[in-house]
Design a protein. Sequence first.
Lengths: 362, 237
Amino acid sequence: MSLASYGKPASPAVVAVDALGPFAGVAVLVLLMHFVIGPAVGPYYAKILVDIAISIVLAVSLNVVNGFTGQFSIGHAAFMAVGGYTAAAITYFGTVKIWGGLPLVHADPQGWGLFVVGTVAGALVAGLFGLFVGLPSLRLRGDYLALVTLGFGEIVRVLLMQTGSIPDPKVIAEAPLYTLPLKLGGSLGFGGVPTYTNLFWAWLWAGLTLVIVYRLKASTHGRAFLSVREDEIAAEAMGIPTTSVKVRAFVLSAALAGIAGALFAHELGTTLNPKELGFQKSFEVVIMVVLGGMGSLSGAVLAAAVLTVLPEVLREFSEYRMIVYALILILVMLVRPQGLFGIHEVWELPVVRRLLGGRGPK
Amino acid sequence: MALLEVRDLHVHYGAVHALQGISLDVEEGQIVTLIGSNGAGKSTTLRAISGLVRPSSGSIKFAGRHLEGVKAHEIVRMGIAQSPEGRGVFANLTVDDNLEIGAYTRTDRAGVLSDKERVLDLFPRLRERLRQLSGTLSGGEQQMLAIARALLARPKLLLLDEPSLGLAPQIVQTIFAIIRDINKQGTTILLIEQNAHMALGAAHMGYVIEVGQIVLHDEARVLAASDEVRKAYLGVG
Ligand SMILES: Nc1ncnc2c1ncn2[C@@H]1O[C@H](COP(=O)(O)OP(=O)(O)OP(=O)(O)O)[C@@H](O)[C@H]1O
Ligand SMILES: [Mg+2]
């Protein structure tokens, strides 16, 4: 809520800039990444940048639940898996069914439409799973959600392990559609998923996620989310339907995680494998949110970037990172339980405000 | 017919029988106060009316509609808002955010903005602190915020739970003057207080509650003059 929006209505021009500005910003960022930064840094760093974007989607989306509404979900990777496998099934089986023959590792340019469909479907299916997990558990008090999401993560992992191997193209071409979701590669993973994810798509979805969640935070709905975190009973007493608010937050969060899963599934050099998307991955995302600050989007972005880059630059770190994460978690809880930035954005911190000359942008 | 009619209300917390058959009426346009000592059941009465606790029996009727079993957030939409015990301001949100949350149930944006102006005129201290985090407000300012936030729901009935608690006498005077103002502008008020002197001074009607039962009720000035109340609650005699 900014002072400008308080009192007199803003002029139409200001409203238009307000509404479209962030999307223009995303467009500029995406084009920069794709045409300037990508070619300049080369494939190795481009992959790291893609990983950062995926981490941003994950951390920012988990923040909607853990940060905004103050619930504690520790099964985010499961929604990522649901979205990733949904999207992969659509692009892989879809390519065989539509064009015949195996999807190339480097995907056909014409297939990107299928990739968009897969990503959106991944978000929808993950959101649906979010509804099924959230509806029963969010009626209960806080801690149940942690347990239920933990259990859900394990169930998803085990079920994916149980799926059959990917059939031959000839078999796929003939098989009825409903049989295909039972053949997702099992414990070996979903091999041969075409590569569509690049700087363009990764940063497009990361940018959209940021804009959506940032606007949410500043909206009436977002304030309702935050009030639930602050004091659930008082929120209820102010007329906020707290259970439905929590479920909505959870569904949105799961859907966005599904997008991250779709991006991950179609990235070069990653295998879509149940083992990759287990508790360890969920824990990494929780660390990003806790470290950046429960409720702070810029904090989540920073933490996502740092924790994605660190294992790359420090090989040793990569080996011990779970230990380091656990230590970070304990340390943050002891010293600064609200995370580095708490509920606030980086530019709202007193130090930064002073640097910016009194008042931060908002 | 009174705006709010409570009949033979019982509330249990597990084995604790907190309300043992409370009946009270709040007439439209009035300030009605419910006074009593610690643990008497004042806040429980308020929580039952606002749907935050389930009564075990009895009836609560507001503007002719039954409230038992209606969810708390729906009761706000029906026209009852509250400043809860302990104020319940959202500490990590700004004063302005808190006020906006008070108006959550409303869709008439223009009306909300003009009501915001109105409550900020009532509480000029809040206007100066719109972007301050409400957790950093003083106790008195938080109380003002809790009342202002409830007013932004534009309630027909405003429930106030001990607005004077922990405040300096001067601030208490200010708050009570504002409570009278709010009432004069047309809002019916159910005021819960331990400060019987101030409450009976401001109210039209008064109820005295002791261990879950109404033991006295009358016009506020009659109660203020009665021996029992003077001895037990006004520290006289
Ligand atoms: N959640 C609860 N669980 C168990 N007992 C409760 C609960 N809430 C209140 N009580 C009990 O119910 C009785 C009435 O409590 P209530 O809060 O209504 O008192 P009150 O009149 O508001 O007191 P005070 O002036 O101290 O706020 C007390 O004996 C209290 O201990
Ligand atoms: Mg009380």
